[in-house]
Design a binder for this molecule. Structure first.
Ligand SMILES: NC(=O)c1ccc[n+]([C@@H]2O[C@H](COP(=O)([O-])OP(=O)(O)OC[C@H]3O[C@@H](n4cnc5c(N)ncnc54)[C@H](OP(=O)(O)O)[C@@H]3O)[C@@H](O)[C@H]2O)c1
Length: 266
C-alpha cells in the first residue's frame, strides 16, 4: 500500500474503501471483503448511517485496530460546538472504538469553525488522530484557514479525470492539506468505464479504464476512496497502484478535464 503523509505525520492510505450507500448485512460483508482483500482505510460518515456496520466489520475482521484507518464525518446535525462534541461521542460509540483516525466536517457549514473547535479538542485529547474538512473549495478553504488554528490534514472533495481540481490540490498542498477524492468514478454521472482514452491507455499497461482513472489521481498526489460492493471490482480498484502512467499519458489524461463540477458544487 502507498501512503500519503499528513501534516502531523499520520499516514493516509492512498487507496481506501468508500461506503456511501453500503448498509445492512450485505454492506457489512462488503466491508469485510474489502478488509480481507487488503483495504486498510474505510471511509464512512454519520450521514451514511452505517458507522455501526463499519465498527462491526472492523472488529470481526480479526485485524488489529491500529492497522485500520477509519475516517468519519460530522454533518449538519452537529453544527455547533456542543453538538459536534456530542457527535464525536456518538461516532466513537457507533464505531465501537476509542479513537477515530480522521474526522472531517462534511461540508462548509456556517458554523464550521465552531464545530472545528470540538474537533481540535478531540485531537488534543487523542480521541482523533487527524482532523480536516470536506467539500471546501478554494475560497472556503482560504477563509477557513485564516481562523481555524490547526491546518486541516485533509480536504475530501469531488475529483475525477473530468474535474480533477488540480489547482485546489496545489493550493491545499501549499498549506499542508492533503486532498482526497470522492466520486473518483463520477458516482455514475459519466460512464467512465467506457471512456475511449482511459481504455486505450489502460490497454498499454494491461489495466482497466477504472484503474487508469484512479492512478491518474494518485499519481497527481490525490488519495482515493472508490466504493464497490463487488469483490472483483474492489480488487481491481485496490490494484490501481501497481503501475505508473508515463508523463505523456498523464498529459493526455489531463485533456479530459472539463473544468467544472459534475455535481454543480464549488
Ligand atoms: N465527502 C463527501 O461529500 C462525499 C460525497 C460522496 C462520496 N463520498 C465518499 O466517497 C466514496 C466514493 O464515492 P462514490 O461511492 O459516491 O462514487 P464512485 O466511487 O465514483 O463510484 C462508485 C460506483 O462505481 C461503481 N464501481 C466501483 N468500482 C468499479 C469498477 N472497478 N468497475 C465498474 N464499476 C465500479 C460502483 O458500483 P458497485 O458497487 O455496484 O460495484 C458504484 O456504483 C463514497 O463511497 C463515500 O465514502 C464522500
Amino acid at each position: 500500500m502507498e501512503y500519503f503523509t499528513l501534516n502531523n505525520g499520520v499516514k493516509l492510505p492512498a487507496v481506501g474503501f468508500g461506503t456511501w450507500d453500503v448498509r445492512g448485512e450485505a454492506g457489512k460483508n462488503a466491508i469485510l471483503t474489502a478488509l480481507e482483500l487488503g483495504y486498510r482505510l474505510i471511509d464512512t460518515a454519520q450521514m451514511y448511517d452505517n458507522e455501526t456496520i463499519v465498527g462491526e466489520a472492523v472488529r470481526e475482521s480479526g485485524l488489529a485496530r491500529r492497522d485500520i484507518f477509519i475516517t468519519t464525518k460530522l454533518y449538519r446535525p452537529s453544527s455547533s460546538y456542543q453538538k459536534a462534541k456530542a457527535g464525536i461521542e456518538k461516532s466513537l460509540q457507533a464505531l465501537q472504538t476509542d479513537y477515530i483516525d480522521l474526522l472531517l466536517i462534511h461540508e462548509p457549514y456556517e458554523n464550521a469553525l465552531e464545530m472545528y473547535d470540538a474537533l481540535k479538542e478531540a485531537y488534543e485529547a487523542g480521541t482523533v488522530r487527524a482532523i480536516g474538512i470536506s467539500n471546501f473549495g478554494q475560497k472556503e478553504y482560504d477563509r477557513f484557514l485564516e481562523r481555524c488554528g490547526v491546518v486541516p490534514a485533509v480536504d475530501q472533495v469531488e475529483s475525477h479525470v473530468y474535474y480533477p481540481q488540480l489547482e485546489l490540490k496545489e493550493q491545499l498542498a501549499r498549506h499542508g492539506t492533503q486532498m482526497q477524492s470522492w466520486a473518483s468514478f463520477t458516482e455514475g454521472r459519466r460512464n467512465i468505464f467506457v471512456d475511449p482514452l482511459l481504455n486505450r491507455i489502460g490497454a498499454k499497461y494491461g489495466k482497466t479504464a477504472g484503474q487508469v482513472a484512479l492512478r491518474y489521481l494518485t499519481q497527481n498526489g490525490i488519495a482515493v476512496i472508490p466504493k464497490s460492493v463487488h469483490r472483483d471490482r474492489m480488487e481491481q480498484n485496490l490494484h490501481s497502484l501497481d503501475f505508473t502512467l508515463s508523463q505523456e499519458d498523464m498529459e493526455q489524461l489531463a485533456s479530459l478535464n472539463e473544468g467544472r463540477s459534475l455535481f454543480g458544487w464549488y
